[in-house]
Design a protein around this ligand. Structure first.
Ligand code: WT7
Length: 654
């Protein structure tokens, strides 16, 4: 690619721009990264990543055709970039700083130790014949071994599929089977908020239906007694002791898959979102550095779980690629007390904290003294992610936690985007922050607002409010490449509806100054406490109950969780609503999906509002669940409009 033309210092300037903090400069560079996108990414990829051999083409993308590929022909290894390349300068710097469920448990893993642990674990995997391209499920508590496991897979080119430890046996089974995993890495038990979760027992239950799984590697977390089957169960610590602390990194192609991460869509079947090697690493590295204004000596505190994309991108890959000290937290924000985050900030002198609006609202409910008690003067950037943040929570974060001194970065992105897409940048946008607005696109990202017809709406097209569907008009290195085993579904979900655009599934608004505000999902996905849940998954869970004839699940606004779930359930003949039955129905989602999927309210309905062709009118159900009984829109296509009146009446007394 051409490298010698135009502005050779673009990426260098972008990287150091925060120091000068000029908005006009940002604008200028942002425009350049769009109009000369290949040049920008070419330079960035050369400067940011260590390559075994350089790529020969920056990208080969065509959203119309569903083809996405970056840095073609390049060879590299993610762990070489995240670990080995830092060893000359950072061998004794802490790479992973871990705090357990209770504050008395702290572990510090240096880059050298990380290199050794990851190598040992990688050698264990190899000794059990796991090789490049094999899929390995990781079902783990938030302990450093979970990070070692992910990185060990990356070291040997195995593809990890982390399943959040809050998922049920059934959810774990579906994910293991879909990915055809041949091994699972888990722990005896997890501890979170003082409660234990029997991970090994759940894994045993899950793999009964997964004959391809040959080995279960078990990390000792609690040391409590667990079922152990020597034919295919292995204690990881014992095996690691036998291995060399060095393992050569597999040479990977830019487009070799790095991991799968299952996420919810509009059908009951979760999607194995697939990320590849070079583009993902580059994008998480760059966004971590610029969005969090990463500096030498920082202690970066992302409070997410590695079971979600935030944990992948901003606990593991982005920070480690930047040679940062990344924090890993096993617990929850209110255990053993609601000041836990700030106690940790003080103890470790954290410089950034990255958490969800739900966590912020949960802590903000408690006395302000829990915050004030601890020294937060080291903090510079406060990040939020996962769901829209309301103005009140934003202000509390800004004023109480950050004392109006820190930049708030409300970062919008998705499992599918790999990294942060829309966000203010620290220092650069400090004076332009607007509560509840994710604000500006990251370098190289071209968002647009579409109306239902697929026409682009423009902020300068008049004084009317610009509101519509959020889509992205170009490709970027961090974007998902496919859905594992089902590229057609990938195409249909994201690229087919509006050809030439990546459709996000979110609604948004655009203001006159070019800021975006994300208003929430416009598809059949709900977002409970920042956890993504498909309404169809919850409906499938309900349908397993013998009393359930039919159901429709929708989200409604919730003060703490952002959204909560309401299930409209029609009972089969002969069943009557009572407390026990409601309890059982509510438990189905917990049982089939996982504890975080609890149904908040159940409304037993005589019938659901359906069109004459038999389609449930979800729009109406959403409105009723939100207690917006007026403005229900056109009901003339309903087979029986009287159903609506009845549901409203029932909802009022719920
Ligand atoms: C959905 C993606 C991105 C990591 C965690 C969630 C919602 C995410 C924001 C934000 C408003 C947000 C969107 C998005 N979302 N960040 N800053 N403001 N909404 O990843 O599970 O893939 O969910 O989370 O609705 O589509 P995910």
């Amino acid at each position: 690619m051409a490298t010698n033309k135009k502005n050779p210092t673009l990426i260098t300037t972008v990287g150091t721009m925060a120091a000068t903090a000029a908005v006009a400069e940002y604008q200028d560079h942002y425009q350049k990264t769009l109009y000369d996108s290949d040049y920008f990414w070419d330079q960035t990829a050369r400067q940011e990543l260590r390559w075994y051999s350089l790529f020969h083409r920056v990208q080969d993308c065509d959203l119309h055709a569903g083809r996405i590929a970056w840095f073609l022909g390049g060879k590299l290894n993610v762990t070489d970039n995240c670990i080995d390349r830092h060893l000359p300068e950072r061998a004794n710097q802490v790479a992973i700083l871990w705090e357990g469920d209770t504050p008395d448990q702290i572990r510090k893993i240096t880059y050298l130790e990380l290199h050794q642990e990851v190598s040992r674990l990688a050698n264990v995997l190899k000794s059990y014949e796991i090789k490049k391209g094999d899929r390995v499920a990781i079902y783990m508590p938030m302990v450093p071994e979970a990070a070692f496991a992910m990185l060990a897979c990356a070291r040997i080119g195995a593809v990890h599929s982390v399943v959040f430890a809050g998922f049920s046996a059934e959810s774990l089974r579906d994910r293991i089977c879909d990915a055809k995993c041949t091994a699972v890495i888990t722990a005896d038990e997890a501890i979170r908020g003082g409660k234990t979760i029997p991970l090994k027992r759940i894994t045993d239950e899950a793999i009964m239906a997964c004959p391809l799984v040959k080995t279960i590697f078990i990390v000792k977390r609690t040391g409590n007694k667990i079922p152990f089957y020597p034919e295919r169960n292995v204690w990881l610590d014992e095996e690691m002791k036998k291995q060399m602390p060095y393992c050569p990194a597999e040479v990977m192609d830019s487009e070799d898959p790095l991991f799968l991460l299952y996420t919810s869509g509009s059908t009951g079947k979760p999607k194995g979102v697939t990320h590849t090697t070079a583009g993902y690493l580059l994008y998480t590295k760059l966004t971590h550095r610029l969005v969090f204004d990463h500096q030498e000596g920082d202690i970066f505190g992302c409070m997410a779980d590695i079971g979600w994309i935030t944990g992948h991108s901003y606990i593991i890959y982005g920070p480690l690629a930047n040679g940062a000290t990344t924090f890993m937290f096993e617990g929850i924000p209110i255990h053993p007390h609601p000041g836990r985050y700030w106690e940790m900030v003080e103890r470790h002198k954290m410089t950034q904290i990255y958490t969800s609006p739900t966590a912020i609202r949960t802590i903000a409910r408690e006395s302000i003294d829990y915050v004030k008690k601890y020294d937060r003067s080291t903090l510079r950037v406060l990040g939020t992610v996962g769901e829209p943040i309301n103005e009140e929570a934003w202000k509390w974060y800004y004023e109480v936690v950050g004392e109006k001194r820190c930049d708030i970065v409300d970062t919008w992105w998705q499992t599918e985007t790999g990294g942060i897409m829309i966000t203010p940048l620290p220092k650069i946008h400090s004076k332009m922050l607007k509560p509840g607005w994710a604000s500006y696109p990251f370098f190289g990202i071209r968002p647009v607002v579409l109306n239902e017809k697929g026409e682009e709406l423009n902020s300068k097209s008049g004084s009317e409010k610009v509101e519509g569907l959020l889509a992205i008009k170009n490709c970027w290195p961090g974007m998902a490449r496919t859905i594992y085993g089902d590229h057609q579904r990938f195409y249909n979900s994201y690229l087919a509806a509006y050809p030439g655009y990546y459709l996000t599934g979110d609604g948004c608004r655009l203001d006159e100054e070019g800021r975006y505000r994300i208003t929430g999902r416009v598809d059949d996905v709900i977002n409970v406490s920042g956890h993504r849940l498909g309404t169809a998954e919850v409906e499938n869970a309900l349908s397993t109950h013998p009393a359930c004839a039919e159901s429709a699940v929708v989200g409604y606004p919730h003060e703490i969780k952002g959204q909560a779930t309401l299930a409209y359930v029609v009972l089969k003949e002969g069943y009557e609503s009572n407390g026990d039955l409601l309890g059982e129905l509510r438990n189905e989602a917990r049982h089939h999906i996982g504890a975080f999927a609890t149904i908040d309210k159940i409304l037993i309905a005589k019938a659901l509002p359906k069109t004459r062709s038999g389609k449930i009118m979800r729009r109406v159900l959403r409105k009723i669940a939100s207690a917006e009984y007026h403005d229900l829109g056109d009901l003339s296509t309903l087979a029986d409009p009287s159903v609506v009146e009845q549901l409203i009446h029932q909802h009022k007394i719920l």
